[in-house]
Each structure stands twice: as C-alpha cells, then as structure tokens.
Design a protein. Structure first.
Length: 90
C-alpha cells in the first residue's frame, strides 16, 4: 500500500503545505517509529547515538541509558535528531 507521502516522493510533486497540516503529518509519522539518532557535541567532538523515544505531537522524549551523550547535553544542550522511515525501495 502506497501512502500519500510516498506518491509525492516517487512523482517528485511538491507544494507548500500549511504549517498546521505539516505538523500533523510529522506527529503521525513520529508515532510510527520508536528509534531516533540523537546527535550531541562536546569540545567539537560530535557523537550520534541511536536511542528509543516517545513522541507527544512533535515533541520527542528520549529514554537514554546515561553515558557520554547525557554528559554532552549537560555541556551543550543543542542537539540534532534524525528519525528515518524504513526504506522506500521497491
């Protein structure tokens, strides 16, 4: 079954989506996944770690197990997060 987003990707049709509708799409997508890559940095040394998350709308709550990523966040709260769907190959 092909989703609306996959159809747009395959046909390369794009248009500006209203912010509210975009946020709804993002929130729905985040509910379908449970793992993200959390990227942190300390002393110009980046660290990217897969972590489990819970989403509430477009807000992500990570469930870290401690370690260097938490120490990095204490020193530099600016992070990057990547959430990726399964590949669209086929």
């Amino acid at each position: 079954m092909t989703t609306e987003v996959e159809k747009h990707i395959r046909t390369k049709v794009t248009s500006k989506m209203p912010n509210k509708e975009l946020e709804e799409h993002i929130a729905q997508f985040l509910k379908t996944q449970s793992i993200c890559v959390l990227a942190t940095c300390k002393d110009n040394i980046p660290r990217a770690t897969p972590v489990e998350y819970y989403s509430d709308g477009t807000t992500l709550y990570v469930m870290p197990t401690g370690g260097q990523k938490m120490e990095n966040i204490k020193h530099n709260p600016i992070v990057s997060v990547a959430v990726s769907p399964p590949t669209l190959a086929g």
